[in-house]
Design a protein around this ligand. Structure first.
Ligand SMILES: Nc1ncnc2c1ncn2[C@@H]1O[C@H](COP(=O)(O)OP(=O)(O)OP(=O)(O)O)[C@@H](O)[C@H]1O
Ligand SMILES: [Mg+2]
Length: 249
């Protein structure tokens, strides 16, 4: 076993009736790594995340966190063991303010109201939202709501955070700020597994990239290796295209 292995996924599948949304995928993530998952729409990326964090139970296969088998545990039990995540379709409680949204996560580790509030406030400061602590989540901009999603995940004091397209819809300067935030969190020791369509982000912010296509893991390597692979180009762009075209995505 790899010494600093944090997450070990072996042969997980999820079938929806006849559809193999995730098909026999194995993946290991070491502590401190940043692993990106890319792949065309419908490849099974979000379903794979759901198998890791417990929104779905795998049809077969195994998920281990720090060696412990977790694939039958409920999402809140996996969160308690150190898994945080964001959702592709953000689910903030829009009637609550930013601070209250983050406090809900902080309560998992801190039962006392004052402590949970202080911890939540510290997380809001970290993601640059402290000045909006009392703003209703429904009144935040898209980029602020994405930060709030990250804050809600961080409030669980996770060891690994799974980000499902947190950059989608952001403009270039917002993407730059988001990368800066994530790099800071990584420097503090967080491990990341990220689903990302923006290949510039993937290049800037991953140690390792894996590619899912129609439920299967078809390639794994450094960003440079992956983005020059003919198989990956074919999965993304179809036949008859060149690797260089991926640079434009
Ligand atoms: N609950 C479900 N029931 C039936 N089919 C599902 C369910 N969830 C996902 N699917 C199907 O599984 C496949 C993989 O979907 P998934 O959302 O995991 O893809 P994705 O890679 O995250 O795509 P995107 O890039 O568009 O977010 C799709 O064909 C989708 O329609
Ligand atoms: Mg998805």
């Amino acid at each position: 076993m790899i010494a600093d292995l944090l997450l070990a996924v072996s042969g997980v599948s999820k079938h929806f009736l006849g559809l193999r949304a995730v098909d026999d995928v194995s993946l290991s993530v070491r502590k401190g790594e940043i692993v990106s998952i890319i792949g065309p729409n419908g490849a099974g990326k979000t379903t794979f995340f759901n198998l890791l964090t417990g929104q779905l139970v795998p049809t077969s296969g195994e998920v281990r966190l720090r060696g412990e088998r977790i694939n039958q545990l409920a999402p809140h039990d996996r969160a308690r063991l150190g898994m945080g995540r964001t959702f592709q379709i953000a689910k903030p409680l829009i009637a609550l303010n930013a601070l209250e949204n983050v406090m809900i996560g902080a309560f998992m580790r801190h039962r006392a109201l004052g402590t949970a509030r202080d911890k939540a406030m510290a997380v809001l400061e970290k993601v640059g939202l402290a000045h909006h602590a009392r703003v209703r989540a429904g009144d935040l901009t898209l980029s602020e709501r994405r930060r709030l999603e990250v804050a809600r995940a961080l409030a669980l004091e996770p060891e690994i955070v799974l980000l499902d397209e947190v950059m989608a819809g952001l403009n270039q300067s917002e993407v730059g700020q988001a990368i800066e935030l994530l790099q800071g969190l990584h420097a503090e020791g967080l491990t990341f597994l990220i689903i990302e369509h923006n290949l510039k982000v993937v290049r800037a912010f991953s140690d390792r990239v894996v590619v899912l296509d129609r439920g299967r893991l078809i390639a794994e390597g450094t960003a440079d290796q992956i983005l020059s692979s003919p198989e990956v180009v074919k999965a993304y762009l179809g036949d008859g295209h060149q690797a260089a075209e991926l640079g434009n995505l």
